[in-house]
Design a protein around this ligand. Structure first.
Ligand code: ZN
Ligand code: ZN
Length: 135
């Protein structure tokens, strides 16, 4: 059985999404609604592929935006629910969701500013750069 219904609107697989979550897996465990070990479904059309982002779950018919790993057997690293087949996401929408997940994964912000010259955004906790310079 797929678990698409368990996901509210989006998720990331932190083990696989290394560029976003290369550390601090304890924090990630605090947000099980957003960070999962596995994709909610394996039964999709088309088959998972790094170069494809729009999918449908064959079990529950949910439409998904998945970003898959560039590996020999691709798997979804990021998933965003779509309302319908023709629902397409802009780059800005996808980026906003990734930034939300990055902020969660770092437990928010530190009191210091980003180390990038001229950037006055707050740095994320435990790293010295802000979310805009992180992604
Ligand atoms: Zn499903
Ligand atoms: Zn910055």
């Amino acid at each position: 059985m797929c678990e698409c219904r368990k996901i509210k609107s989006f998720f990331a697989c932190p083990d696989d999404f290394n560029n976003l979550f290369s550390f601090n897996f304890d924090v990630v465990e605090n947000f099980p609604k957003y960070f999962r070990e596995d994709a909610p479904t394996d039964e999709v059309i088309p088959k998972f592929d790094y170069s494809i982002t729009y999918y449908r779950c064959l079990e529950c018919q949910q439409w998904w935006y998945f970003e898959c790993s560039p590996t020999e057997s691709p798997y979804p690293m990021l998933g965003i629910k779509l309302k319908a087949q023709e629902h397409s996401l802009s780059k800005a929408e996808v980026k906003a969701i990734k930034q939300f997940l990055i902020i969660l994964a770092h437990e928010g912000f530190s009191a210091e500013e980003c180390v990038h010259y001229g950037c006055s955004n707050l740095a994320l906790k435990n790293i010295k750069i802000c979310v805009s310079h992180f992604l």
